[in-house]
Design a protein around this ligand. Structure first.
Ligand code: GLN
Length: 202
């Protein structure tokens, strides 16, 4: 039997504990990541929700931006939720002053895109055109306004793109960890299993 996957949860700010709890519930070992050393030996990575401009600043302050970027570009299965999706994206339509992204997923996002009235809500989303609906919580959520070549749209909400994937990188606007929805984290762990099963690169 192979060992429990070690899944890093970026722990600079935001909803860290809920992701760690859900990963543990699914049999993975969560590893809180605050330094580049803690990226070593991970099987996957979660970038939680929070405030993307704050996380961006802290990533650069702590010298984590480049190591994190390299890890994701190197093939580490990665899930970004809400602010985490913003961080993964190639650009933001309405960034905070000086705000940068990791530029590892070729999409453009708009922050806080559902407006004040629907700033927070729960909804059931059709996921990837198959399987049962995903129970999602939206909290001042971003939407994807441009989808790059090869990026797959996995879910929409109110007509807007709220879940995308390219290869091993998965970005969603919402918070499954707050509704007890395990499907998205299971999807991440399935990417880990597929990577483990794949023959090693020559
Ligand atoms: N609006 C936040 C941002 O711009 C994201 C909100 C969230 O992660 N729940 O970072």
């Amino acid at each position: 039997m192979s060992s429990a996957p070690r899944v890093g949860v970026l722990a600079l700010q935001g909803g860290v504990a809920e992701h760690a709890a859900m990963l543990r519930e699914l049999g993975a070992e969560p590893v809180l990541v605050r330094t580049s050393e803690q990226l070593a030996g991970l099987d996957a990575l979660v970038l939680p929700g929070g405030e993307s401009s704050t996380v961006d600043r802290l990533l650069r302050l702590f010298g984590l931006r480049e190591p994190l970027r390299e890890a994701v570009l190197g093939g580490l299965p990665t899930l970004g939720t809400c602010a985490g999706l913003i961080l993964l994206s190639g650009g933001i339509e309405d960034p905070a002053p000086g705000q940068q992204t990791l530029e590892v997923l070729d999409v453009t996002v708009a922050r806080n895109a559902f407006g004040a009235q629907t700033a927070s809500e729960e909804a059931e989303l059709a996921w990837g055109g198959e399987g049962p609906p995903v129970r999602a919580a939206f909290i001042r959520a971003p939407v994807v306004t441009r989808v790059g070549d090869g990026v797959e749209v996995l879910a929409r909400h109110r007509g807007e793109v709220v879940a995308v994937a390219r290869d091993h990188v998965l970005g969603i606007s919402f918070h499954p960890e707050l509704t007890g929805e395990t499907a998205v984290h299971e999807h991440l762990l399935a990417l880990v299993a597929a990577r483990r099963a794949a023959p090693a690169a020559p």
